[in-house]
Design a protein around this ligand. Sequence first.
Ligand code: HEM
Length: 510
Amino acid sequence: MVATIIVDFQNCFIFILLCFFSLLCYTLFFRKPRDFSLPPSPPSIPIIGHLHLLLSVLIHRSLQKLSSKYGSILHLRIFSFPIVLLSSASVAYEIFRAHDVNISSRGLPPTDDSLLVGSFSFISAPYGDYWKFMKKVLVTNLLGPQALERSRRVRVDELDRFYKNLFDKAVKKESVEICEEALKLTNNSVCKLIMGRCCPEEGGVLERVKGLATELDITTKKILLANMLPPWLKKLVLSLFKKEVEVLSNSFNELLEKILVEHEEKQGEGKDLMDVLLAAYRDENAEYKITRNHIKSFYVDLLFAGSTTSVQTIQWTMAEIINSPKTLERLRGEIDSVVGTTRLIQETDLPNLPYLQAVVKEGLRLHPAGRIFERFSQEGCKVGGYYVPEKTTLMINDYAVMRDPDYWVDPDEFKPERFLEEEERKEQVLKYIPFGSGRRGCPGENLAYIFIGTAIGVMVQGFEWRFKEEKVNMEEAVVGLTLTMAHPLKLTPIARTVNPLTLNLKSCGL
Ligand code: HEM
C-alpha cells in the first residue's frame, strides 16, 4: 500500500516536472517576446470585424481618421482574415527599408485564368522568377530612361496633338473637360508606346484598345478590391461580376491575339516590347518560359496601370493651379523665361523647370491616384514596435502618409514651394510615396512625370483659363479605386498667342 502511494507520488511529481519543462520550452522557443505584440485593433463589429470600414467610398479618408485616433499601425480583420494597415510616414519608411523583400508580393495569386489581374498577371504575380523576368523586359524595353529616350517621338507628336486640339477649342471659344483631354493624351501615348510598330490608327485598332482600356479601369479595380477580402468572400463578390470580367477578358484576348499575329507576320526593323516578348515566348531556352496568355495579360496590366492614374493627377494639379493664381503666375514666369514664348514646351525642358516639377510633385502628394496599395508579408516581421504576422495582407495608405502632420508642414495645403527646399528634398525618401516604394514600386514613375509635367506645362504656357465660379470645388470622389474629382474640371482656354506655338524637333533632341 505504502509502495503504491510512493509510486503514484513519483508519477505525479514527474508529470508536474514535465508540465513545467514544456511551459518553459514554449515560453523560450515558441511564444513571441512581450514587445512582439500585434498592432492595436480599433473596435470591431462581431463576426464581420472591420468590414464596414472598407465599405466606405472615401476609404482613404475613413482609414486616415481611424489611424489618427488609434495609431499609425493597426490590426484589422475582415471576418477572420487579418489585415495590417500602415498610415504614417515613419512606419511606411520602416517597412520598406527593413523588410522590402519580405513584402514584395501583393498577396495570394488570383486563381482564375482571366486576362484581368488573373493568374498570368504581372501586377498580382508573387515576387519570383516570372515577376523578375517581366520587370527586366519592362524596364529595358519600355520604361527605363534609355527606352524612354528611344520612344520620345511618339510622345512629342501626341503632346503636339493635345496642344493643337486645345488651341482649336480656344479659337472656337469652347470649354473643355480637362480629364477628357488628358485621357486622350495619355491613352493614345500608352497604346502607341506599348504596341510599338503595330499600332495602326487605321482600322480602328487604337480606338478599340482605348475603348476597352476605359472599361478595364473600373472592372480591374473591383477585382483588386475583392482581392482584399478573405478567399470565400472574394469568390462570392467576384461571382457578382463574373460575366463582366469574362466579356472584357475575351474582348482583350481577341484583339491582342490579332495584334500578336500581326507582329509575327510583319517583321520590322527595330525590336519593340512585343517583339521581345514574342522572342521569349518562342525561345525554348529563355530565362523564363512565358506563354501567349502571359503576354496578353501583361498588356492588359500596362493599359490598366498606365493611363487613368496620370489623367487624374493632371486634372487635380490643374484644379490646384486654378485655385492658386500665385502658383499660376510663378509657373508661367518660369516656363516663359526658360522655354520662351514661341516654341512649345517639351519633355526635354522638364529638368530645367524646377518649379514645374515641384507643382507636379505637390499635385501627386495631395491627390495620389491609387490612394492605398496592397502588399503581403511572407514572413512575420516587426514594424513600429509591433509584430506583423506572416501571410498578412498589408494596406499602405499613401494618402495618409503624404498628409502625415508629423512630417509635413500644413499637410492639407497646396504649397509646391516645399519641394524646392533642400531639407524637404532630403526627407522625401521617408515620406513621399505616390508611386509606392522598393522593388515593387511603380515602374512607370518616369513616364508619369513626363505625362503630367508636359501636359501641365502646355496648358500653362499656351493658355489663359476661364472658370465660371470663383474657386474650383475640390470635393473628392472615387471611380473604381481611383481618386477623382466629384465635379470634373471644366475650363475655357484662351490662347496666349495669335498663332499656335511651334513644335521644334531640335529642342526635343530629335
Ligand atoms: C500618376 C501616375 C501613376 C501613379 C500615381 C502610379 C502609382 C502606382 C502605385 C502606388 C503602384 C504600387 C506600388 C507599390 O506597391 O509599391 C504602382 C504600380 C505599378 N504601376 Fe504605376 N502609377 C502611375 C503611372 C504608371 C504608368 C504610366 C505605368 C506604365 C505605363 C505604370 C505601371 C505600373 C505597374 C506595371 C505597376 C505594378 C508594379 C509591380 O507590381 O511590380 N504606372 N503604380
